[in-house]
Ligand binder design. Structure first.
Ligand SMILES: C[S@@+](CC[C@H](N)C(=O)[O-])C[C@H]1O[C@@H](n2cnc3c(N)ncnc32)[C@H](O)[C@@H]1O
Length: 206
Protein backbone atom coordinates (compact mmCIF):
# COMPACT_ATOMS: atom_id res chain seq x y z
CA UNK A 1 0.00 0.00 0.00
CA UNK A 2 2.72 2.45 1.03
CA UNK A 3 4.73 1.50 -2.06
CA UNK A 4 1.70 2.17 -4.27
CA UNK A 5 1.13 5.62 -2.73
CA UNK A 6 4.79 6.47 -3.13
CA UNK A 7 4.77 5.38 -6.77
CA UNK A 8 1.69 7.45 -7.45
CA UNK A 9 3.29 10.57 -5.87
CA UNK A 10 6.31 9.99 -8.06
CA UNK A 11 4.11 9.54 -11.14
CA UNK A 12 2.27 12.77 -10.29
CA UNK A 13 5.49 14.76 -10.18
CA UNK A 14 6.80 13.02 -13.31
CA UNK A 15 3.58 13.93 -15.15
CA UNK A 16 3.92 17.55 -14.05
CA UNK A 17 7.61 17.95 -14.85
CA UNK A 18 7.16 15.99 -18.09
CA UNK A 19 4.93 18.77 -19.48
CA UNK A 20 6.86 21.67 -21.01
CA UNK A 21 3.90 23.95 -20.18
CA UNK A 22 3.97 23.13 -16.43
CA UNK A 23 4.34 26.64 -15.04
CA UNK A 24 3.04 26.72 -11.46
CA UNK A 25 2.98 30.14 -9.75
CA UNK A 26 5.88 29.20 -7.46
CA UNK A 27 8.27 28.22 -10.24
CA UNK A 28 11.17 30.64 -10.69
CA UNK A 29 13.20 30.53 -13.91
CA UNK A 30 16.28 31.55 -11.97
CA UNK A 31 17.62 31.36 -8.42
CA UNK A 32 15.02 31.79 -5.69
CA UNK A 33 15.55 35.31 -4.32
CA UNK A 34 15.69 34.08 -0.70
CA UNK A 35 18.63 31.82 -1.54
CA UNK A 36 20.40 34.56 -3.47
CA UNK A 37 20.00 36.80 -0.41
CA UNK A 38 21.33 34.08 1.92
CA UNK A 39 24.31 33.63 -0.38
CA UNK A 40 25.00 37.34 -0.84
CA UNK A 41 24.87 37.96 2.93
CA UNK A 42 27.34 35.12 3.59
CA UNK A 43 24.80 32.99 5.49
CA UNK A 44 25.56 30.39 2.84
CA UNK A 45 29.32 30.64 3.32
CA UNK A 46 31.68 30.92 0.36
CA UNK A 47 32.66 27.49 -0.94
CA UNK A 48 30.04 25.69 1.20
CA UNK A 49 28.84 22.29 0.04
CA UNK A 50 25.10 22.37 -0.54
CA UNK A 51 22.39 19.76 -0.95
CA UNK A 52 19.08 20.85 -2.52
CA UNK A 53 16.29 18.47 -1.57
CA UNK A 54 13.43 18.46 -4.11
CA UNK A 55 15.37 20.64 -6.55
CA UNK A 56 12.80 20.61 -9.38
CA UNK A 57 14.42 22.10 -12.51
CA UNK A 58 17.55 22.96 -10.52
CA UNK A 59 17.75 26.69 -11.24
CA UNK A 60 18.77 27.58 -7.69
CA UNK A 61 21.29 24.73 -7.48
CA UNK A 62 22.87 25.73 -10.79
CA UNK A 63 23.10 29.38 -9.66
CA UNK A 64 24.98 28.31 -6.52
CA UNK A 65 27.25 25.92 -8.43
CA UNK A 66 28.12 28.75 -10.83
CA UNK A 67 29.30 30.68 -7.74
CA UNK A 68 31.74 28.03 -6.64
CA UNK A 69 29.61 25.78 -4.45
CA UNK A 70 29.60 22.00 -4.76
CA UNK A 71 25.90 21.26 -5.06
CA UNK A 72 24.07 17.95 -4.91
CA UNK A 73 20.58 18.55 -6.29
CA UNK A 74 18.11 15.73 -5.83
CA UNK A 75 14.52 15.18 -6.83
CA UNK A 76 12.00 12.37 -6.73
CA UNK A 77 11.09 12.96 -10.36
CA UNK A 78 13.13 11.55 -13.23
CA UNK A 79 11.49 14.06 -15.56
CA UNK A 80 12.66 16.95 -13.36
CA UNK A 81 16.22 15.61 -13.20
CA UNK A 82 16.34 15.01 -16.96
CA UNK A 83 15.09 18.51 -17.66
CA UNK A 84 17.55 19.97 -15.14
CA UNK A 85 20.43 18.08 -16.82
CA UNK A 86 19.41 19.50 -20.19
CA UNK A 87 19.18 23.02 -18.75
CA UNK A 88 22.35 23.24 -16.69
CA UNK A 89 25.88 22.21 -17.50
CA UNK A 90 27.75 23.73 -14.59
CA UNK A 91 30.91 22.33 -12.97
CA UNK A 92 30.23 21.46 -9.35
CA UNK A 93 26.57 20.59 -9.90
CA UNK A 94 25.49 16.97 -9.44
CA UNK A 95 21.88 16.10 -10.30
CA UNK A 96 20.48 12.89 -8.92
CA UNK A 97 17.10 11.20 -8.72
CA UNK A 98 16.41 10.40 -5.09
CA UNK A 99 13.44 10.09 -2.77
CA UNK A 100 14.03 11.97 0.46
CA UNK A 101 11.37 9.84 2.17
CA UNK A 102 13.42 6.67 1.65
CA UNK A 103 16.78 5.97 3.21
CA UNK A 104 19.33 7.79 1.05
CA UNK A 105 22.20 5.59 -0.02
CA UNK A 106 25.72 7.04 0.31
CA UNK A 107 24.41 10.14 2.11
CA UNK A 108 27.22 12.40 3.29
CA UNK A 109 26.96 15.55 5.36
CA UNK A 110 26.87 19.01 3.77
CA UNK A 111 27.42 22.53 5.04
CA UNK A 112 24.01 23.69 3.86
CA UNK A 113 20.69 21.97 3.18
CA UNK A 114 18.05 23.65 1.03
CA UNK A 115 14.44 22.53 0.96
CA UNK A 116 12.54 24.91 -1.27
CA UNK A 117 9.00 23.61 -1.21
CA UNK A 118 9.54 19.88 -0.76
CA UNK A 119 8.84 19.24 2.94
CA UNK A 120 5.51 21.06 2.99
CA UNK A 121 3.94 18.68 0.47
CA UNK A 122 5.09 15.42 2.07
CA UNK A 123 2.53 13.22 3.83
CA UNK A 124 2.86 12.94 7.63
CA UNK A 125 3.79 9.25 7.41
CA UNK A 126 6.90 10.17 5.38
CA UNK A 127 8.29 12.59 7.95
CA UNK A 128 10.30 10.15 10.14
CA UNK A 129 12.43 9.05 7.16
CA UNK A 130 12.71 12.66 5.96
CA UNK A 131 14.08 13.54 9.41
CA UNK A 132 16.51 10.61 9.35
CA UNK A 133 17.79 11.69 5.93
CA UNK A 134 18.24 15.31 7.00
CA UNK A 135 20.31 14.04 9.91
CA UNK A 136 22.42 12.00 7.46
CA UNK A 137 22.88 15.04 5.23
CA UNK A 138 24.01 17.32 8.07
CA UNK A 139 26.53 17.52 10.91
CA UNK A 140 26.91 19.95 13.81
CA UNK A 141 27.31 23.40 12.26
CA UNK A 142 25.29 22.61 9.11
CA UNK A 143 22.74 25.24 8.12
CA UNK A 144 19.27 24.61 6.75
CA UNK A 145 17.09 26.97 4.73
CA UNK A 146 13.53 25.90 4.02
CA UNK A 147 10.69 27.54 2.14
CA UNK A 148 7.19 26.45 2.97
CA UNK A 149 3.73 27.57 2.00
CA UNK A 150 1.37 28.87 4.68
CA UNK A 151 -1.96 27.21 4.12
CA UNK A 152 -4.85 26.43 6.44
CA UNK A 153 -5.11 22.68 6.82
CA UNK A 154 -1.38 22.00 6.74
CA UNK A 155 0.25 20.77 9.96
CA UNK A 156 0.59 23.42 12.68
CA UNK A 157 -0.69 26.98 12.82
CA UNK A 158 -0.97 28.73 9.42
CA UNK A 159 1.52 31.42 10.41
CA UNK A 160 5.25 31.98 9.99
CA UNK A 161 5.85 30.89 13.58
CA UNK A 162 3.60 27.88 13.08
CA UNK A 163 5.65 26.80 10.07
CA UNK A 164 8.89 27.21 12.03
CA UNK A 165 7.46 25.10 14.86
CA UNK A 166 6.42 22.45 12.35
CA UNK A 167 9.92 22.28 10.86
CA UNK A 168 11.46 22.16 14.35
CA UNK A 169 9.21 19.24 15.26
CA UNK A 170 10.09 17.39 12.05
CA UNK A 171 13.84 17.89 12.53
CA UNK A 172 13.79 16.91 16.20
CA UNK A 173 16.39 17.62 18.88
CA UNK A 174 19.77 19.07 17.98
CA UNK A 175 18.52 21.75 15.57
CA UNK A 176 18.07 25.38 16.60
CA UNK A 177 15.85 27.92 14.89
CA UNK A 178 17.93 30.76 13.48
CA UNK A 179 15.17 32.86 11.91
CA UNK A 180 11.70 32.77 10.40
CA UNK A 181 10.37 35.34 7.96
CA UNK A 182 7.32 35.80 5.73
CA UNK A 183 7.60 35.68 1.96
CA UNK A 184 5.46 35.59 -1.15
CA UNK A 185 5.65 32.23 -2.88
CA UNK A 186 4.60 33.20 -6.38
CA UNK A 187 7.24 34.08 -8.91
CA UNK A 188 5.07 36.62 -10.74
CA UNK A 189 3.96 39.70 -8.79
CA UNK A 190 0.78 40.02 -10.92
CA UNK A 191 -0.62 36.80 -9.47
CA UNK A 192 -2.68 36.70 -6.27
CA UNK A 193 -0.55 36.63 -3.10
CA UNK A 194 0.45 33.19 -1.85
CA UNK A 195 1.94 33.50 1.61
CA UNK A 196 4.88 31.43 2.66
CA UNK A 197 7.67 31.30 5.19
CA UNK A 198 11.42 31.11 4.99
CA UNK A 199 12.85 29.33 8.02
CA UNK A 200 16.49 28.81 8.80
CA UNK A 201 17.88 26.30 11.26
CA UNK A 202 21.36 25.38 12.44
CA UNK A 203 22.33 21.92 13.58
CA UNK A 204 23.98 22.20 16.98
CA UNK A 205 24.64 18.65 18.05
CA UNK A 206 24.71 15.06 16.86
C1 LIG B 1 7.03 22.63 -4.98
S1 LIG B 1 8.24 21.77 -5.94
C2 LIG B 1 9.68 22.80 -5.67
C3 LIG B 1 10.77 22.57 -6.68
C4 LIG B 1 12.00 23.46 -6.52
N1 LIG B 1 12.61 23.32 -5.21
C5 LIG B 1 11.68 24.92 -6.81
O1 LIG B 1 11.80 25.76 -5.89
O2 LIG B 1 11.33 25.21 -7.95
C6 LIG B 1 8.58 20.35 -4.93
C7 LIG B 1 9.61 19.42 -5.53
O3 LIG B 1 9.85 18.33 -4.63
C8 LIG B 1 9.98 17.14 -5.38
N2 LIG B 1 9.64 16.02 -4.48
C9 LIG B 1 8.41 15.65 -4.06
N3 LIG B 1 8.50 14.61 -3.22
C10 LIG B 1 9.83 14.32 -3.10
C11 LIG B 1 10.57 13.31 -2.42
N4 LIG B 1 9.95 12.41 -1.66
N5 LIG B 1 11.92 13.29 -2.53
C12 LIG B 1 12.56 14.21 -3.32
N6 LIG B 1 11.90 15.17 -4.02
C13 LIG B 1 10.55 15.23 -3.91
C14 LIG B 1 9.03 17.32 -6.56
O4 LIG B 1 9.34 16.49 -7.66
C15 LIG B 1 9.21 18.81 -6.86
O5 LIG B 1 10.25 19.00 -7.79
Amino acid sequence: MIGRRRRSRRRQWDDRWGRADFQPPWLHQDVRPEVAAAHDSGWIPAGASVVDVGCGLGHTSAWLAARGHRVLAMDLSNAAIERARALHDVPGLTLRRADVTRRLRDATSHDVVLDLGCLHQLPARALPEYRANIRRLTRPGSRLLLILRIRAGDAGAPTVDGRAEFVGAVLGPGFELHSAAPLELQSNGDLPARPGAEVRFVRLST
